[in-house]
Design a protein around this ligand. Structure first.
Ligand code: XIL
Length: 311
């Protein structure tokens, strides 16, 4: 029998993973899985501001280039991640710049990085996690961007990105927006406003960091309403945290949860990709959560077969 290759089953959609240079080429079994199963990659940390522009106008593209070259070598696309986020910023950005200086730094950052990767990035997470967790009282997260630019923060980043390169899809990416609810309603109105005002945005990324048994029942309906605005949608950072012991019951429920998410994407015509946030449980950002489709030995878990089934 043929081996199961998820990237083939996903066509015409992409199946992706967060890739990490700590293990790429250094962990043999990780490298084998990541070389065969995926058709799109997101650098887990390598393109974040603190890593790619640690000092003003001094760029370190090395680790991110490694992932981009790897993706090219296996015929996979790239998602760039990310430009405007409150986390993983170097101190020089996150401290004492005036609004004018920060504006210049943002434009220079977006321009330099997008120029460097021109022609190599399918989609950019221009915006990451900018919607408040305290909606509807508050619309935007409190971070350096909203402190300096207020509601102009997101439009600035999106406008700068579009001006550099018209090719990549420009994404707004967030968590907690997967279900119909206050946070996704807030994003929905923000995006409607952008479309009305001509602020460039092509797509919404739904991170989908879920806990076992808690995939929202309204996920598909919610993906569809954003798609109905004329946008692409994507599952960008899927993982299912067991949040408890890894026994057969838990892995079976985890498989169901993965199926539900992948199926929601399959039922949405504008859903272009499903990406998992990592590959194997031993290299996940969630310690002991066993949240991924491959176990620490890089063997496929029930979740892997459920993804195959849903695609
Ligand atoms: C996480 C990485 O996986 C970790 O290695 C890092 O220490 C912190 O960031 N939402 C995002 C991702 O958009 O960039 C985050 O990645 C996980 C949550």
């Amino acid at each position: 029998t043929q081996p199961i290759i998820l990237r083939n089953l996903a066509v015409p959609r992409f199946f992706g993973a967060a890739a990490n240079t700590s293990w790429l080429y250094h962990d043999k079994n990780y490298t084998e899985v990541i070389s065969t199963q995926f058709s799109i990659f997101t650098p887990e940390n390598e393109m974040k501001w603190e890593n790619i522009e640690p000092e003003p106008d001094s760029f370190d593209f090395g680790p991110a280039d490694e992932i981009v070259q790897f993706a090219e070598s296996v015929g996979a696309k790239m998602r760039g991640h990310n430009f405007m986020w409150g986390n993983q910023l170097p101190t020089w950005v996150n401290s004492s710049l005036t609004a004018t200086e920060l504006d210049k730094a943002l434009q220079n950052h977006i321009t330099t990085v997008m120029d460097h990767y021109r022609g190599k990035i399918y989609a950019w997470d221009v915006i990451n996690e900018m919607i408040s967790d305290n909606t509807p009282n508050e619309t935007f997260k409190d971070n350096i961007w909203t402190q300096k630019f207020g509601e102009e923060a997101m439009p600035k980043a999106l406008t700068y990105a579009r001006a550099v390169d018209q090719q990549p899809k420009l994404y707004i990416n967030d968590y907690g927006i997967e279900e119909l609810g206050s946070k996704s309603d807030t994003l929905y109105s923000v995006v409607q406003g952008f479309l009305r005002d001509g602020v460039p945005v092509d797509a919404i990324g739904f991170q989908c960091h879920f806990t076992l048994g808690q995939v929202p029942g309204t996920l598909q309906q919610n993906l569809q309403r954003f798609a109905d605005l004329g946008l692409d949608v994507a599952v960008t950072e899927l993982d299912i945290n067991l949040d408890g012991p890894g026994n057969a019951t838990a892995f079976a429920q985890q498989a169901k949860d993965y199926w539900t998410v992948v199926n929601a994407c399959m039922q949405t015509q504008r859903c272009v990709s499903v990406s998992v946030w990592g590959v194997s449980d031993d290299h996940s950002w969630i310690p002991n959560g066993e949240p991924l489709p491959w176990d620490a030995e890089k063997q496929p878990k029930p979740a892997f077969y459920a993804i195959a089934d849903a695609f």
